[in-house]
Design a protein. Structure first.
Length: 323
């Protein structure tokens, strides 16, 4: 059920896959960090579609409601469709087709306390593979500090604390628990916001030795050269860097770099643009339309489309003469 960690919108996809430390009216950010929910998201609706890899489709939708200036909630769902597969018996005879997909139904809440906010999110998970099913549940807990005058935000998220209630084939899998932290700052005299996100803080060392890599022989000793992991590699695999160039309140450009993705999914002889991402957002009338392109491997990239709107903008305003 690791699909719940995929970028839920084009904005997060174009900024490296994660953005937990920007507090504005973008409802999609609260899917990754529920403490970002705030009253400016009241009556907002967001829908995203991701043309993922190998014919896989992923999408999400969410709606937020502000109860007052301090309390805001949201509901929504995510899905992933793995497509249709050929079904065969043990002898290789084709017997038909089957499909596979997973779903996440979530509800989140946040409360404001001075410059701090704290929030939580409940996720109910359902996974389907042909005639087999699996159920699970988990929660996210998070806190955010926001200094509006300085344009500075800091956040921490404890993700996917839960349990697979009904496993596949009696093999229970752990939930993808993760600790994340991040900071963002909008420069005072420049139209740029920088973000630095730290992922998988619960696992200090995410490096590994590739035992399948071809061995290189030291010509002086005749012995295989042992792959070495540097401290820098151990540290920077946790980092995601992002930048938003705010051309105007109706148009911006986004850039991201995911170090872990580049190190793990690229080919040393041809790394290409793996780990890099780019996108843009534009406001058209009552809609904010965004696009994100993220490089995952030389085999392909993901394309993400997001549309957000405020339902309150569609409500007819009454003429003062009617009162």
């Amino acid at each position: 059920m690791k699909f719940i960690d995929l970028p839920p919108s084009s904005r997060t996809a174009s900024l490296g896959g994660n953005l937990i430390s920007v507090k504005d009216d973008d409802l999609t950010l609260a899917i990754q960090n529920p403490s970002l929910l705030n009253e400016s998201m009241d009556d907002h609706f967001a829908i995203s579609y991701i043309d993922y890899l190998a014919g896989i489709n992923f999408g999400s939708l969410a709606y937020a409601h502000s109860f007052d200036s301090l309390n805001t909630g949201m509901v929504g769902m995510q899905y992933i469709n793995y497509g249709t597969f050929t079904q065969a018996d043990v002898n290789g005879n084709i017997t038909g087709t089957f499909s596979a997909g997973e779903y996440n139904f979530f509800a989140g809440y946040s409360r404001q306390w001075h410059d701090f906010s704290y929030g939580g999110q409940l996720k109910l998970l359902y996974s389907n593979l042909d005639i087999y099913n699996s159920f699970g549940a988990c929660i996210d807990l998070s806190g955010t500090y926001f200094d509006k005058d300085k344009g500075f935000t800091a956040a921490v998220v404890f993700k996917n604390i839960g349990y697979q209630i009904t496993p596949y084939a009696d093999v229970r899998e752990p939930m993808p628990f993760e600790i994340q932290a991040g900071v963002s700052e909008k420069l005072k005299h420049m139209p740029i916001r920088f973000s630095v996100i730290l992922t998988h803080l619960e696992t200090p060392n995410m490096t590994y030795i590739n035992t399948n890599a071809p061995q290189t022989i030291d010509l002086a000793t005749g012995q295989p050269i042992v792959q070495k992991i540097t401290v820098g590699d151990e540290v920077f695999r946790h980092f995601i860097f992002g930048a938003e160039i705010i051309i105007s309140k109706n148009f911006n450009i986004r850039l991201g770099y995911n170090v872990e993705r580049r190190q793990e999914l690229s080919i040393p002889t041809d790394m290409g643009l793996v780990g890099y991402s780019i996108g843009m957002g534009i406001r058209v009338n009552r809609f904010h339309i965004s696009y994100g392109l993220a490089g995952y491997s030389l085999a392909g990239a993901s394309n993400t489309f997001t549309i957000t709107t405020n339902f309150s903008d569609f409500k007819q305003k009454k003429n003062p003469a009617d009162y």
